[in-house]
Design a protein around this ligand. Structure first.
Ligand code: PGA
Length: 254
């Protein structure tokens, strides 16, 4: 499939921000701004906002995702939420392996893989984050880090599973820092990730997989990033907290 057949996906990652009433108001304002887009719009919201957000997005083209999930179905795991729980309220997406979770909450490539598999089993679509640290970048390890993270995250998946998975390439040094990777560098890294998927699953799967860029995406840099051959959209943190900046990113092609 030629590259331009892949849809563009713009996913907001609210992180630990926005109360339910703020989520409802945000969605009611965003709805109008994005109603004509052919790009896919996803909001990944805190657990407490999920139910309210899902009610608010009914009859809109906005999709809702969670920011984490546990890999067991049920049981004595105080404080955790299972894929089945997310699915039963109609959550469609879930971010897995964000660098903040890897850094502060002991997420590993192994738990990422368990969470990806458990989510796909419930037909929840994972948005799997991979990305190198500044030190890894400066010591020339980027390609190795991101292709290894990708391979480990996708371990034991079928080609069909991989087609239902979104990858987000998020260089850690670009997250929340205002330092965006150059469009060329981001595209080259994403090509490496796509190359690894091709090696593991063949060209057809690799050409179908949506791979996003994340890290200080703003209205000012979105258009250039999204014009690159392999960048299929963005995972947006800070700029997803304002309707104005998020809708401008979604409408980059208007
Ligand atoms: P940022 O965050 O856009 O604020 O850099 C991106 C992310 O962490 O997903």
């Amino acid at each position: 499939m030629p590259k331009n057949m892949r849809r563009k996906v713009i996913a907001g990652n609210w992180k630990m921000n926005m109360l339910p009433n703020e989520a409802i108001e945000f969605i009611s304002r965003l709805e109008n701004e994005v109603k004509d887009t052919k790009n896919e719009v996803i909001l990944c919201v805190p657990y407490i906002d999920l139910f309210y957000s899902l009610l608010a997005v009914q009859k809109t083209n906005i999709h809702v995702g969670a920011q984490n999930v546990f890999y067991e179905e049920s049981g004595a795991y105080t404080g955790e939420i299972s894929p089945k729980m997310l699915k039963c309220i109609n959550v469609e997406y879930v971010i897995i392996g964000h660098s903040e979770r890897r850094q502060y909450f002991a997420e590993t490539d192994e738990t990422v893989n368990l969470k990806v598999k458990a989510s796909l089993k419930e037909e929840l679509k994972p948005i799997v984050c991979v990305g190198e640290s500044l030190e890894q970048k400066e010591t020339g390890k980027t390609e190795n880090v991101i292709t290894t993270q990708t391979e480990k995250a996708l371990k034991d998946l079928t080609g069909e599973d991989v087609r239902n998975t979104i990858i987000a390439y998020e260089p850690i040094w670009a997250i929340g820092t205002g330092k965006v990777a150059s469009a060329n560098d981001a595209n080259e890294s994403i090509k490496k990730i796509r190359g690894k998927i091709k090696e593991l699953y063949g060209e057809d799967v690799a050409e179908d997989v949506i791979i996003l860029y994340g890290g200080s995406v703003k209205p000012e840099n979105a258009k250039e990033l999204f014009s690159m051959s392999d960048i299929d959209g963005a995972l947006v943190g800070g700029a997803s907290l304002k309707v104005d900046s998020f809708s401008k990113i979604v409408n980059f092609d208007k």
